[in-house]
Design a protein around this ligand. Structure first.
Ligand code: EPZ
Length: 431
């Protein structure tokens, strides 16, 4: 039951400095990876987001001892003596990244029983490539009462993915880290958080080479120990903040980021006429005049990230000219455009292609956050719009952004939470 809505007073420029939190998608991989360690791990720079809280509930359900101080971003994870190898559907369906418990538990115990994953509704999101990799490593996989049961003593193997999959690459890496013998993974995804997860695994004693390229080689080891590790900053939060600065015609400095992870977005912003500068772990974004329309095609890393397609489309609603957005990764990732139309945006969707015709301005309206990045896109649209925008179902945004409202308010935005009246909370309206 949604408890609150976001109320945004728009047409305010973002100005000043902000700081990027630890990565959501990297944390959702590294924390389950800690289950492979037989000694305690200290994980740092973890973001305080809703998905992390679900992750901690799963870890505790499995018997791991977790001491997590969200405000201090540090977690002590002790998986030395787990008591369960089942992740119930009630927890697995709360997020997409619950699938990582398949690789971690199978890799450590030779057995895992996990409910199907949940996550943003972006079209069908099968996990056939994950299962293909586990079978290649020698796992028997069956479905029992809606749960996926994976069993087998894993041996190194060759795994070639039929398509590039971030989750599949990480999941098979988790399973192969403690398999007997060598594993060669080809056609792998290359996202920064794959490198981060491999670096963590190597820190606890794994032998993984090639993460960040399309070919990963793993020499299985029989035991993994504890270690201290800090996850990388969030690539998608960095991009969301960059886009928000440009969309509000502001002047923002973003600290604690990794500019080389942002090259595809930076190139597109420069193409639009946005001024982007970068040095060490700092990116500056400002804009003086209007911005031009572009053609945007989402690709696997290092191409333009699909997770920034939705925030970027908010910026495109006010570009000079008509932009073309092609979503190559997911079947259905334009629901936010239906909401932006209520704010005066002009967008035509045809399957995986959207054409967004720039308009002089947007106006505030009540809108619904369809998913995590679509919700962030609506926040940006609300910041741009004349008047007040109400965003319902904002819990979707809290799943993946740490304190986004307070970061934006510190830059001059006016975003507040208001209780959600029962009749607005999305349930059938009682008459
Ligand atoms: C991860 O999702 C991220 N989620 C997504 O971020 C991100 O959009 C995506 O990678 C691409 O970068 C997490 O890391 C928790 P994929 P994932 O496997 O692993 C198809 C966000 O907003 N596919 O690379 O699900 C799949 O349907 C979220 O933070 C198969 O067909 O992405 C999709 O069309 C949203 N079979 C495409 O491949 C499989 O076995 C890419 O999926 C696996 C995937």
């Amino acid at each position: 039951m949604p408890e609150y809505k976001l109320v945004i007073s728009g047409n305010r420029e973002l100005m000043g400095e902000t700081h990027v939190s630890g990565g959501k998608n990297t944390s959702l991989a590294v924390v389950p990876a800690a289950l492979l360690a037989e000694s305690p791990c200290q994980l740092d720079n973890l973001p305080d987001i809703a998905d992390m809280r679900v992750l901690v509930r799963i870890l505790r359900h499995l018997g791991a001892k977790i001491d997590w101080k969200p405000d201090q971003k540090v977690m002590l994870a002790d998986a030395s003596s787990l008591t369960d190898t089942t992740v119930p559907f009630a927890l697995s369906q709360r997020m997409r990244a619950s699938y990582y418990f398949m690789g971690a538990l199978l890799g450590r115990y030779g057995y895992a029983r996990v409910g199907y994953p949940g996550g943003c509704d972006l079209g069908s999101r099968p996990i056939d490539q994950h299962l293909k990799g586990f079978r290649a490593l020698g796992a028997d996989i069956r479905e029992e009462g809606g749960m996926i049961v994976l069993e087998g003593k894993l041996k190194g193997a060759n795994v070639n993915f039929d398509m590039v999959t971030v989750g599949g690459t990480i999941n098979v890496m988790l399973a192969a880290a403690r398999a007997e013998g060598d594993t060669l993974m080809t056609n792998c995804a290359r996202e920064p958080h794959i490198v981060d997860t491999a670096n963590f695994l190597n820190r606890i004693g794994a032998h993984i080479r090639g993460a960040g390229t399309d070919t990963i080689r793993i020499r299985g080891v029989s035991r993994l120990g504890g270690a201290a590790y800090a996850v990388i900053p969030d690539q998608i939060e960095t991009g969301t903040l960059m886009i928000a600065a440009a969309a509000t015609r502001g002047d923002v400095t973003i600290r604690g980021c990794i500019p080389t992870h942002m090259e595809a977005l930076t190139a597109k912003l420069l193409e639009m006429g946005v001024m982007v500068t970068s040095e060490d772990d700092v990116i500056g974004v400002k804009i003086k005049q209007g911005h031009r329309s572009i053609r945007l095609s989402t690709q696997e890393y290092p191409g333009f990230p699909t997770d920034l397609q939705q925030p970027m489309s908010a910026l495109l609603t006010r570009a000079v000219g008509t932009s073309e957005v092609i979503e190559n990764i997911f079947e259905s990732r334009f629901k936010h455009l239906d909401e932006m139309r209520k704010m005066g945006a002009k967008a035509v969707i045809n399957g995986r292609v959207a054409h967004i015709e720039g308009v002089p301005e947007l106006h505030g309206a009540p809108v619904y956050a369809p998913d995590l990045r679509g919700g962030a896109a609506l926040v940006i649209a609300g910041l741009m719009a004349q008047g007040t925008t109400e965003i319902y179902n904002p819990e979707n945004i809290a799943r993946g952004y740490e304190h986004l409202e307070s970061k934006l308010n510190a830059l001059g935005a006016q975003i507040r939470r208001e209780p959600c009246q029962p009749e607005y909370n999305g349930d059938a309206v009682r008459v």
